[in-house]
Design a binder for this molecule. Structure first.
Ligand code: PLP
Length: 366
């Protein structure tokens, strides 16, 4: 492998371990939808989806173009597009992606298109808002939706779903249980008045962990596949999947009083060895990690970031580390390191992972 560049290694075995960990929490018939939106949480949706295609029932992406990329890579698994937009509905059909229809505007636009083509029993998904207040129909829309669906053979209601607002937060248990109950009630109306029996799903990763009884027919797992549960115990059962590595480009000897980097933010108090690493804020390293808040590992030792994070580089203190130009640098390769970065950057692990830019080479090792 070319290790002369900054690379994100995606650990296929770890993803598989995580998938199996969630599988053993599921009932036998519960289907698994793997969420691979946003480059499979900052990695590579194509590589991850190819790796998982014979192991899961569904994929989900946020936008149509993400689904098109998977189809163009030869992925045949059903793909739910969580946030399709009216201008993209034709390409959704062209690539046999399955739209989430979340209000009458997009629902009617799709039905109209389905009628024009015409499509036959094209799989669609309908989302209900049960409290997140982001996307979804309201329960009072049910009769109108059912009337429209009864009047067409162009589409087939493949699933009904909703999304939890605070599944990771046990202090919000009452709210979440209420969301789940409202969803069950909505589903009942559809089962009562439609001949089809659409699949039902509401749980994301922390939903599976905290509300296992609400599995319905399928669960949508994102962050869990990539190594994070909603608490320490769960995360310990999972394996780290994203390993971000680079190398030392150059080492400088900094004399006392000299400074390092933009704005001269670091001043050497004693003779200091500074190593320059080819990864910066444009690659997903937050500027908040500068000035010794963040560190990397070189030959198993912590090297703090000194001065400000640049767009394309960071400088780290290697005064006490035996190393040379070309040596490997670990930006992160454990859940603890990702969590530390999230904490120091004042964000959550989702943002650390999805923030790894596409300038970084992504390689899945299975
Ligand atoms: C992103 C997303 C998920 C996955 O959530 P995780 O917490 O990463 O498991 C599931 N469902 C919807 C609608 C989403 O947008």
């Amino acid at each position: 492998m070319n290790n002369n560049i900054t690379v994100l290694e995606i650990d296929g075995k770890a993803i598989l371990h995580n998938l199996n960990y969630f599988k053993q929490k599921l009932q036998e018939n519960t289907k698994i939808l793997a969420v691979v939106k946003s480059f499979a949480y900052g990695s590579s949706s194509v590589q991850v989806a190819k790796f998982l295609e014979d192991k899961v029932d569904y994929f989900a992406v946020a936008y149509a173009n993400e689904g098109i990329e998977l189809r163009e890579a030869g992925i045949k698994t059903p793909i739910l597009v969580l946030h399709p937009q009216i201008p993209n509905l034709q390409s959704i059909i062209d690539y046999r992606l399955e739209p989430n229809l979340y209000n009458f505007k997009i629902f009617n636009a799709f039905l109209k298109l389905a009628d024009q083509v015409p499509l036959m029993n094209y799989p669609i998904h309908i989302k209900f808002n049960t409290g997140l207040n982001r996307l979804g129909f309201w329960h009072t829309d049910i009769p109108k939706i059912i009337t429209s669906l009864k009047a067409t053979t162009h589409v087939k209601l493949q699933s009904l779903f909703s999304h939890l607002a605070a599944s990771e937060d046990l202090e919000e248990q009452d709210f979440t249980v209420n969301q789940i109950n409202n969803f069950a009630y909505i589903a009942q109306q559809f089962y009562k008045y439609l001949d089809d029996e659409p699949m039902l799903h509401i749980l994301n990763t922390s939903g599976v962990i905290n509300y296992p009884k609400a599995q319905f027919n399928m669960v949508r797992i994102g962050i869990g596949l990539y190594g994070f549960g909603n608490d320490k115990h769960e995360t310990n059962q999972l394996k780290n999947t994203h390993n971000l590595k680079s190398i030392i480009s150059q080492i400088h000897i900094i004399q006392p009083g000299e400074t390092v980097g933009y704005n001269r933010a670091f001043t050497a108090k004693r003779p200091t060895l500074s190593a320059t690493i080819p990864i910066g804020h444009a690659d997903g390293i937050s500027r908040r990690l500068g000035n010794k808040k963040g560190f990397v590992l070189i030959n198993n030792q912590k090297a703090p970031i000194i001065g400000n994070v640049c767009m394309d580089m960071i400088m780290v203190d290697v005064t006490k580390i035996k190393c040379t130009e070309g040596d490997e640098v670990i930006i992160f390769n454990t859940q603890e390191m990702v969590q530390h970065i999230a904490k120091t950057s004042e964000t959550i692990v989702y943002e650390v992972l999805t923030g790894i830019s596409n300038r970084v080479k992504k390689v899945l090792k299975s």
